[in-house]
Design a protein around this ligand. Sequence first.
Ligand code: SAM
Length: 259
Amino acid sequence: MESFVVTTSYNPSHEQITIAKELAKKLNAKYVNRRHLSDYRKREKIDFYYVVESNGRIVIRWDSGELFFHPSVAKIRMKNLRNGGRDYLIEALNLDGNEIVLDATFGLGTEAILIAAFLPRGKVIGIEKSVHIYTVVSDGMKRYKPKQKWIEEALKRIELVHADMKKFIREAKDSSYDIVYCDPMFENPKYESSSMNPLRPFASYDTIDETDIEHMIRIARKRVVLKAHEKDSLFERIRVDRIMGSRKSGVLYGVIDKR
Ligand SMILES: C[S@@+](CC[C@H](N)C(=O)[O-])C[C@H]1O[C@@H](n2cnc3c(N)ncnc32)[C@H](O)[C@@H]1O
């Protein structure tokens, strides 16, 4: 999935065209007038295309899917918590509310939004390696107009950086974050987790090794939290102090306390 162009929705405004042209320049891609896109696709093979929509939002489309920012799963998880349900991520993080959390694998930012909601005096720094996920999600977070106050507040406490977290954590100073959270792509994907499906073609599938964990522990003041599927090898390869999660979903959170 690497050949792509940038376009707009049909009948674009001048502003949309300007945003699309700037985006194309930034991504080193070609801008294609929307009216000419289908002819262009008959001549040139493209894997996907960016669309600047009428409200300025940036989305990616391909033949069988669409990637756009939406905090829907964060809303569902918050609703569950407010109804007295458990959220193992929030339990594993054990937040006081003033921490700086490094979300090393930001993805769609669903969990970062939930985490930020529990940080009234703290913040989340997110790292995303895929330029396409970063572009859609960073733009989406800026433009999204939440109806819920808690999402509005949470989004203000999130900063997203386009970087490889492996390099980022090696360059970070000792104890520069309170908590490091890392949710790499599962070795055993849960395809029924439809919210993650649009991300898959663009995601980086880096695996976490012991040196990564040493750096995560070095830069964390309180703890490191890792997420994996029960069938994945992560918690066989990496020793953690405790594992929590739901047997039903197979999603596990491993906690390493800083000593
Ligand atoms: C499973 S998703 C994370 C989902 C996220 N927790 C959420 O709630 O949306 C993993 C993400 O980490 C990114 N990723 C993988 N390796 C990375 C690396 N070395 N540096 C930064 N991001 C990475 C992938 O591109 C993908 O977007």
